[in-house]
Design a protein around this ligand. Structure first.
Ligand SMILES: Nc1ncnc2c1ncn2[C@@H]1O[C@H](COP(=O)(O)OP(=O)(O)OP(=O)(O)O)[C@@H](O)[C@H]1O
Ligand SMILES: [Mg+2]
Length: 250
């Protein structure tokens, strides 16, 4: 199944001679639990692409289909609803709310969706365990390391059981080793849950460990290549739980 499809997307800012073509006729389809990296120089349109794919931005032209639903025809509130149910976001600066505990941050996306609170809590506890942070449920973000905060942000992105997780340089503010650990975590989630992951990164080594690399240049998609092997370069049998043996703070 196609989880996400971008169909001749254009995103233009400004007018006349000043127009910036942040996206210039970009088409891309991903699904079936693929793990994609989006690479390209600063200003090449990566964030714009991700924000369009995440239904945060309406493109100037072209269509974004999510689980085969054409989002262009939806009202803003239906788009917000779709976003809340189908998409998990992970940002570079984590965007955790400082006054809330780790657990409350994970539950945040459910605040407006109602539903069974108790079931949600059980799911959040399972996610805490999945990201290796059982026992940190009541910590505030300021009481967690950068890598731990990002693991909480990853758990938060999964609380709605989305079909796609979008990350805009989510490893940008942690050290290389922590970044590798987070990538392994995302990879595992991708494999075990069949969630499609789209990861913007400037780190080519990291990109090589995904299934597929999409390259943007000046708003245009200039390359779209598999990284080798049917499911990319990473080996699922590589080893134990990624954070096992990673000291606190990692
Ligand atoms: N709101 C906006 N108004 C006008 N121009 C914008 C706006 N947002 C982005 N742009 C322009 O669109 C282009 C693409 O920006 P975008 O943020 O998508 O790049 P990026 O690849 O994510 O860069 P970086 O690696 O620095 O994050 C840039 O030239 C940028 O200046
Ligand atoms: Mg960006």
């Amino acid at each position: 199944m196609t989880t996400i499809a971008l169909d001749h997307l254009h995103m233009h800012y400004g007018t006349g001679a000043q127009v910036v073509r942040a996206l210039d006729d970009v088409s891309l389809a991903a699904g079936g639990g693929e793990f994609l990296a989006v690479v390209g120089r600063s200003g090449s349109g990566k964030t714009t692409l991700l924000d369009c794919a995440g239904v945060l931005l309406r493109p100037t032209a072209g269509r974004v289909l999510l689980d085969d639903v054409d989002t262009a025809t939806l009202t803003d509130s239906r788009r917000a609803d779709l976003r809340a149910r189908r998409i998990g976001f992970i940002f570079q600066a984590f965007h955790l709310l400082p006054a809330l505990s780790a657990m409350e941050n994970i539950l945040l996306p459910l605040r407006y969706s109602g539903g069974d609170r108790r079931a949600a809590r059980i799911r959040a506890e399972a996610l805490l365990e999945e990201v290796g942070l059982t026992g940190r449920a009541h910590h505030r973000p300021s009481e967690l390391s950068g890598g731990e905060q990002q693991r909480i942000a990853i758990a938060r992105a999964l609380i709605n059981e989305p079909s796609v997780v979008l990350g805009d340089e989510p490893m940008g503010e942690v050290d290389t080793e922590t970044a590798a650990t987070l990538l392994q975590l995302l990879r595992r989630i991708n494999r075990e849950r069949g969630v499609t992951v789209v990861l913007v990164t400037h780190d080519l080594e990291m990109a090589q460990r995904t299934d597929r690399i999409v390259r943007l240049r000046d708003g245009r998609l200039v390359a779209d290549e598999l990284t080798g092997g049917p499911r990319g370069g990473d080996d699922p049998a590589r080893g134990p739980v990624p954070w096992a043996g990673v000291p606190d703070g990692g």
